[in-house]
Write a protein that binds this ligand. Structure first.
Ligand SMILES: [Cu+2]
Length: 346
């Protein structure tokens, strides 16, 4: 029924402003409507009331101009103070870049060398069927939450890779648009550990409802542990890009990538949903020369729903998903693409 009070100082001050304005409006409403209904009742025609006949009463006009003026000024002071605090993104201890993609978020921990995508982690159909209420966070979970330390001044910078998105976690007290070619910013300082959920609040476009946000606030120590593990993961991925992979390894990994990034359009069985989304099973491109196949996955097909995955996937994941497509769905080409080939094609 009401605005969320939230967990941060900014969200509390926004909430308080909202409540003060609400009560001021309510009080004005009571006074104005009270006077009106009393007049209608007490001075009705059937009681013989005769209307006063005056115009341009200066005293009355001064009173009904000065009172609202004072009320507005009184409300503008705390509102401006809150806005200034909200907009002041100076002196951050940590800066995180948030990039909107169709239909996922990318988080870059600037200065830490850590970067990852956060995808919708859909609850399986079987789990929902077994118990529709089992999962309170149905369609609101992600594979990689945005992990942040508590009691830290965090600055976010926002941009987008494709269309306008809007990053919104109600409990942080603000919402920020991510716009291609522009940088917006905002800040937060979360006082207590926990999960804070939100979603893309952009209206125009088909799947913004399927790019949830999960912020996991951890204690400083837990955050450091997480960061170290993430850095090690990034190192491992880098060295993975230089070695030779076997067909089985690539297919195995590619299956996971396909399930996250491609399955919505091309379907689990590779049959697609023609004519909008072509089948990959038996596709001339997916079973044709490797260069053509790599090219469409990396660069997409402008003007169609097939996006350029070169920016979103690393060399290993691209090599894996392409290899998977060439060997799954009965394509059985038996050939593979090495991460080093992807690197060379960039
Ligand atoms: Cu969106």
């Amino acid at each position: 029924m009401n605005l969320v009070r939230g967990v941060t100082e900014v969200s509390h001050s926004t909430f308080n402003l909202h409540m003060i304005s609400l009560w001021v409006c309510a009080a004005i409403g009571v006074v104005v409507f009270g006077a009106m209904f009393y007049s209608l009742f007490a001075f009705r025609k059937s009681r013989g009331a005769v209307a006063a006949n005056f115009h341009e009463n200066t005293t009355v006009e001064v009173i009904w101009t000065v009172i609202p003026f004072i009320i507005l000024i009184a409300m503008a002071f705390p509102a401006t103070k809150s806005l200034l605090t909200l907009e002041d993104t100076s002196d951050p201890e940590l800066t995180i870049k948030v990039t909107g993609y169709q239909w996922r978020w990318q988080y870059d921990y600037l200065d830490q060398g850590v970067s990852f995508f956060s995808n919708l982690a859909a609850t399986s159909r079987d789990a929902i069927k077994a118990d529709p209420h089992a999962d309170a966070n149905y369609l609101r979970d992600v594979d990689n939450p945005l992990v942040v330390p508590v009691n830290t001044r965090i600055r976010f910078v926002f941009t987008s890779n494709d269309v306008i998105h809007s990053w919104w976690v109600p409990e942080l007290g603000w919402k920020q648009d991510t716009i291609p070619g522009f940088i917006n910013d905002a800040w937060t300082n979360i006082p207590k550990p926990g999960f804070y959920r939100g979603q893309c609040a952009e209206l125009c476009g088909k799947d913004h409802g399927f790019m949830p946000i999960v912020v996991e606030a951890k204690t400083r120590e837990d955050y450091e542990t997480w960061l170290t593990a993430k850095k090690a993961e990034a190192e491992a991925a880098k060295s993975g890009a230089d070695r030779e992979w076997t067909l089985d390894e690539l297919v195995e990994r590619g299956k996971g990538v396909y399930g996250t990034y491609c399955v919505a359009c091309h379907q689990a069985n590779g049959q697609g949903i023609p004519p909008a989304f072509p089948a990959l099973a038996g596709s001339a491109i997916a079973t044709g020369p490797i260069e053509g196949h790599v090219n469409i996955v990396m660069h997409g097909k402008p003007g169609t729903a097939m996006q350029a995955f070169g920016a979103q996937l690393n060399d290993v994941d691209l090599a894996a998903v392409i290899t998977y497509e060439r060997n799954a769905f009965g394509n059985n080409k038996g050939d593979l693409v090495q991460p080093s080939q992807i690197k060379a094609a960039r």
